[in-house]
Design a protein around this ligand. Structure first.
Ligand code: GCW
Length: 714
């Protein structure tokens, strides 16, 4: 027995030394801290000869542990704790610690930090200064990022503070462990075994989020169950809050509007009923007893069948304000979603949120923030920015992005979302003249709001690699970085991510970033070019279904969105149609009122255009559409070739997974192209432009495909 055990152990030791054991499964995300080459490793070590910190809080312990882990991994050495500043030390200090800091921390707020190379008593040191330990934590991650990406650690003079206060993940995680629109396995919240079993993954989740500046998480699906507000589930949420607290991450819950009726038998959920208000107040008190720094509530009401205040002839403001009063004494907030459209409203779906919410501007309590999706329909590969941005100056609005790629290839397509985030944040609403960007609306600077926020629907699950694919990790990463600093470019963020995730070697970073940067446009091209939207197949929203016309609600059918007929294609949202363009500020509305002045990328979103309409290139709309579908397919082929050439530089496991997924993407991009071209050709009746290959099958073939077990659809 013993002999056998020893044999086993020898085998294990051998395996851990062999290169195969170096294969990576993606669990470490961008915090791998892989050993740097010798020159680099020495440079890092010389800037981390000692770690000078004060305080014994859990946050300080987390900072020290992360720096140890990081420097240890990158250099193979250790970084010793020291009481005094020595040459090459990393010195972390807050003004509270009594230090007279040679760096001003004014303007850094409670989360920002400064990193400066200074000389202290004649010795070169790196000072990391902040007003709070959370600021130090973020600064430590910044320094580690510099170390990981091969950036210089000399002559540093960095100041960074977020402009947006709430930078949250929204988990659409259900209590039964499934994740709505989740493509990375089951929920990471092990509700069943919480609050007793607190697995290490929760701490790694907090580390990953803190490293990119995320400071809050909504634990449960907006399609909420009342049960999440029962005592056992509050205790479970409290256990998670305890783990996240040292990392500066607060916990929030989605709530179901009718919880007082479901849980305690109240006769109504009318927000103006005193008993209902009292119930929520008592519930908030109960939550805050368990989670003193609980963030607040997120609410999906009167949307897609969820109950809400309108069921009692009250407004969204009535509902939000009642909940806001309940959490206010504790400093909590309410995030009220504007994603609403009603089955009995025949108006253009794209107009309904604005129509419902715009009249409520100025009617929300001060601790309410309205959460608006980036576009007016639903997380499409491309949408024009939501017309509510800039249209409710008296109400703080927060952004809702979708990190999980419900409509962009889910877990297998490589479609980097950084460019989508950048495009939306930089879009100009013209609400207060030129330069009134969406970023300025949500950071509060345009309209003078102090409550500010941005949320991303998480793409995290129990899969070993967290996000369902290595490249999907980049979307989580980019969301956090761009939420912290909306002026970052998608390209810069991709560079950091690629360097940390794979290697800082330019032979890796350059091609990986090149693949990533065009990948979202490629998905637009092979799925919904020129402003097409929502032509995905029923339910799972994965593959193409432009022909679908049999669903109960008109706006659930792709034909509602593209309106293709023998004459042309597209949704007329000008005055001759739904007039959704009038919801934008006058300069934008004017620009969008004519096809000639509408950006071509949004053409069919706003106009029904003849198939023979001439685009700026001189091509007809039909030819251009086919061309875009071809471009998308070609781009995926290029990504495959680029990735194949990276084989020598990437570990076997992550190389193989990405290679396989790119194969899936290539096949499916072609499927999208062929199915859409076949369908639209059945309307246009026009031949394919020269050089464009005939689709592989006829329309009946594509229509017959069905995927009842596609993941993420619950
Ligand atoms: O994107 C759509 C999704 C639903 C989702 C809804 C929402 C949580 O298809 O799955 O429900 O939006 O955002 O509320």
């Amino acid at each position: 027995m013993l002999v056998r055990l020893l044999g086993w152990m020898a085998a294990l030791v051998a395996a851990s030394l062999s290169p195969l054991a170096q294969a990576e499964d993606g669990y470490d995300l961008w915090l791998r801290y892989a050993r740097a080459d010798d020159t680099r490793s020495q440079a890092i070590a010389s800037h981390a000869t000692a770690l000078v910190t004060t305080g014994n809080s859990a946050t300080m312990a987390a900072i020290r542990a992360e720096l140890q882990r990081g420097v240890g991994g990158l250099t193979g050495g250790t970084i010793a704790d020291s009481q005094s500043v020595q040459a090459g030390a990393l010195w972390l200090a807050t003004p509270e610690a009594g230090a007279v800091l040679p760096v001003k921390t004014d303007g850094l707020g409670q989360e920002g930090y400064a990193i400066r190379s200074i000389t202290r008593d004649g010795k070169p040191v790196t000072l990391l200064a902040a007003n709070s330990e959370f600021g130090l934590l973020h600064g430590a991650y910044h320094w580690l990022r510099l170390a990981q990406t091969g950036a210089s650690l000399d002559a540093l003079d960095i100041r960074s503070a977020p402009r947006i206060g709430l930078r949250l993940l929204n988990h659409w995680d259900n209590l039964d462990g499934t994740v709505e629109r989740g493509y990375a396995g089951q929920s990471i919240w092990d509700w069943w075994r919480l609050p007793d079993w607190k697995g290490p993954r929760y701490t790694d989740y907090a580390r990953a989020n803190a490293s990119i500046g995320i400071n809050g998480t909504v634990l449960n699906n907006v399609n909420a169950k009342a049960d999440s507000l029962t005592a056992p589930y509050i205790a479970k949420a409290a256990a998670l809050a305890d783990i996240f607290r040292p990392y500066g991450i607060k916990v929030y819950l989605s709530v179901k509007w009718t919880a007082p009726m479901e849980l305690d038998g109240l006769k109504t959920a009318d927000p103006l009923d005193p008993q209902v208000a009292a119930w929520w107040k008592a519930k908030a008190d109960e939550i805050y007893r368990a989670i003193p720094d609980f963030g607040g509530f997120l609410v999906k009401a009167n949307s897609e069948g969820q109950p809400g205040p309108q069921d009692y002839k009250r407004t969204h403001a009535d509902g939000a304000n009642m909940l806001a009063a309940a959490v206010k004494p504790h400093g909590g907030i309410v995030m009220w979603r504007a994603f609403v459209y009603a089955h009995d409203n025949p108006d253009d779906r794209a107009k309904q949120a604005y129509s419902d919410f715009k009249p409520l501007d100025g009617r929300f309590a001060e601790n309410v923030i309205v959460q608006v999706k980036n576009g007016a329909i639903d997380f499409q590969p491309r949408e024009p920015f939501h017309p509510l941005f800039g249209a409710m100056p008296k109400t703080p609005l927060m952004m809702e992005f979708q990190i999980t790629k419900e409509y962009l290839g889910q877990s297998t397509h490589l479609t980097y979302l950084g460019p989508l985030f950048e495009e939306v944040l930089r879009a100009d609403t013209f609400a207060k003249g030129k330069g009134s960007t969406v970023a300025k609306v949500i950071d509060g600077s345009l309209e003078g709001h102090r409550l500010t926020g941005i949320a991303g629907v998480a793409n995290i699950g129990a899969d070993r690699d967290w996000s369902g694919s290595i490249f999907n990790q980049a979307d989580w990463y980019a969301f956090g970085r761009m939420a912290w600093d909306t002026s970052l470019t998608a390209d810069a963020v991709a560079r950091d991510w690629a360097a940390m995730t794979f290697s800082p070697d330019p032979r890796v970073v350059q091609p990986v970033v090149a693949m990533m940067m065009g990948s979202r446009e490629a998905a637009v091209d092979y799925m919904t070019p020129l402003g097409l939207a929502h032509i995905m197949a029923t339910g799972h929203h994965y593959g193409p279904g432009p022909w679908v016309s049999n669903l109960a609600r008109p706006e659930w059918n792709p034909v509602y969105y593209h309106k293709a007929d023998a004459r042309g294609v597209g949704f007329d949202r000008t005055r001759t149609g739904s007039n959704a363009v009038a919801q934008y500020a006058p300069p934008i509305a004017k620009m969008l009122s004519k096809p000639e002045t509408t950006p071509e990328r949004d053409l069919l979103w706003f106009h029904h255009v003849p198939w023979t309409y001439k685009l700026k290139s001189g091509d007809t709309l039909w030819d251009a559409m086919v061309h875009h579908y071809d471009l998308g397919v070609d781009y995926v082929a290029q990504m495959r070739a680029t990735w194949d050439a990276l084989r020598p530089y990437i570990d076997a496991e992550r190389f193989a997974e990405t290679q396989s997924f790119l194969g899936i993407q290539a096949r499916e991009a072609k499927w999208w192209r062929d199915a859409c071209i076949t369908y639209f050709q059945s309307k246009s009746g026009l031949p394919l432009p020269p050089g464009s290959a005939a689709p592989a099958h006829d329309l009946g073939y594509y229509e017959a495909l069905s995927f009842p077990y596609a993941p993420g659809h619950h």
